[in-house]
Design a protein. Structure first.
Length: 226
């Protein structure tokens, strides 16, 4: 006996909830269009494929419910819960990964540099065509500014591993990628004017620090001097 197709399973699941073929078609078409857009965007930025289960993981439960609600309203249904149950029931089984890590460890596209929230990072540059860097320490402010410069105008792309805070990003025509790992033990005093470390002020023309490092103590002393 032939195995039912995924479309037949979808129809059968919809029938259990009293959803017509026309309604489920319209709702699923909306979800599929969003998925195609996200897959194309991921392919353009990262050069890989956004698999269905990774796509679901990137949305999270609340984001996927919101998408299903929008699709349900367009299909003439009162809420998205039924669409969410139908689609979830026939969704592909989660893919296996060599490291067998849970879904919350997967990286997602990072579009806002402020999502890199740690005060210090250990940054390495990895390129299959060259030797890997030994790594260097950056303030969180420097990383966020670099991410903004690297990703604006579509020159680079960044991803965030939410469970660990690890940021991976590319920059312009460079073949490799920068990997920024949170480094809480490497935090240093920051400048009260620009937020970067003292050692980062020698690079102010490129990395956006102010011309002179000013600590909170120095600012307080200057303000209270007779």
């Amino acid at each position: 006996m032939d195995q039912p197709t995924r479309e037949q399973l979808l129809y059968a699941e919809a029938a259990k909830h009293g959803v017509s073929l026309d309604q489920i078609h319209r709702a699923v078409d909306i979800i599929a269009a969003v998925q195609r857009r996200d897959r194309e965007d991921f392919r353009t930025k990262f050069g890989g494929e956004l698999t269905p289960d990774r796509w679901l993981a990137a949305y999270g439960v609340s984001g996927f419910r919101e998408l299903c609600t929008r699709a349900a309203h367009r299909a003439g249904l009162p809420d998205g819960d039924v669409i969410m149950r139908i689609v979830s029931a026939i969704a592909p089984a989660p893919e296996t990964r060599e490291d067998d890590r849970p879904v919350e460890f997967w990286a997602r596209p990072l579009t806002d540099p402020t999502e890199a929230t740690f005060p210090a990072y250990r940054v390495t540059y990895e390129d299959p065509q060259a030797d890997h860097s030994t790594g260097f320490d950056w303030s969180g402010t420097l990383l966020r500014r670099t991410l903004r410069q690297a990703t604006e105008h579509g020159q680079g792309a960044a991803s965030l591993e939410e469970a660990t805070g690890v940021v991976v990003f590319t920059d312009g025509d460079l073949h490799g990628a920068y990997i920024a790992r949170p480094a809480p033990g490497r935090v240093q005093p920051v400048c009260v004017r620009c937020g970067q470390w003292e050692q980062e002020h020698t690079l102010h023309e490129r990395f956006g620090s102010c011309p002179r490092f000013v600590t909170a103590v120095a600012q307080l002393t200057a303000a209270t001097a007779p």
